[in-house]
Design a binder for this molecule. Sequence first.
Ligand SMILES: Nc1nc2c(c(=O)[nH]1)N[C@H]1C(S)=C(S)[C@@H](COP(=O)(O)O)O[C@H]1N2
Ligand SMILES: [Mo]
Length: 325
Amino acid sequence: MLIKRSPNGIDLPFPSEITPRALYESRRSFIKQIALGAVGGAALLEMAQREAFAQGTGAKLPAKLNQAYSALDKQTPFKDASSYNNFYEFGTDKSEPARYAGTLKTRPWTVAIEGEVKKPMTLDIDALLKLAPLEERVYRLRCVEGWSMVIPWIGYSFAEIIKKVEPTGNAKYVEFVTLADKKQMPGIGSRVLQWPYTEGLRIDEANHPLALLTLGMYGDVLPNQNGAPVRMVLPWKYGFKSAKSIVKIRFVKDQPRTSWNLSAPSEYGFYSNVNPEVDHPRWSQASERRIGEDGFLSRKRKTLMFNGYNDVASLYAGMDLKKFY
Ligand SMILES: Nc1nc2c(c(=O)[nH]1)N[C@H]1C(S)=C(S)[C@@H](COP(=O)(O)O)O[C@H]1N2
Ligand SMILES: [Mo]
């Protein structure tokens, strides 16, 4: 893979070098069709776009790097970030989302924003893409299972959405509801979790500038298996808080119920901040394995409080984080 070194030392892969093989092949057949004269002028761009979106990736998403919010860690190769996934709607095996999420139809797509807001609205993906300037942010994401990745996400602070819909004084929490469609998602038949997959934040957490409404990664729109077309990324919390393929955002008065908390309340709390001092009942959270970097037997790295995002500490001032895990 070609690596372009940016001035601040963050490695940026060329998007052309990270085009997934399936898309590359489908492009070849597409080009063959053009050569055969099967398609003409005006339809070309539209076809190319539709093809890119059908793959859930490959469509470029220009964004300006936000250096202040970007980790200097070596980035996880796109290949690993897009083939080792948790997205239970497509199966519980890490390889299943990449294999099966091709059936997810990401356009048209709307997100309904409702509840305790002065201006409820339903936004489609194009409206979301235009709502605020897109930024690239290289975040560490730490899964509760003990592995982590470093991914150049594209999006903007969720605070931009909050500003737009104007929450009422009753809005104390935000609930994220994701797609649950049996026809597109083979995993929905399983009872591992309660569907739709839902997550939640306290409103001040949602308003923290690090909370990223995410529409792309590695220079492109999100691959389906990474939560296309829109997801959250909350780098100071365990990965499961970062809900994928969001269809509804509700501003509510009471702490929302969340899928993982419902499935195992003693293991997955509402807050789920990355915390090396609070072990999972079945394993330690003191260390982690960096996907794509470590050999199988190599030493793990230490997990940092709030995954190293100490900016958020003031959100939890005075709280016992062993109790509010
Ligand atoms: N809708 C939905 N969102 C989800 C999940 C899921 O199963 N369904 N898994 C979560 C978990 S456990 C993790 S670690 C991250 C993984 O994101 P990634 O595959 O983009 O790395 O997505 C989270 N968001
Ligand atoms: Mo996770």
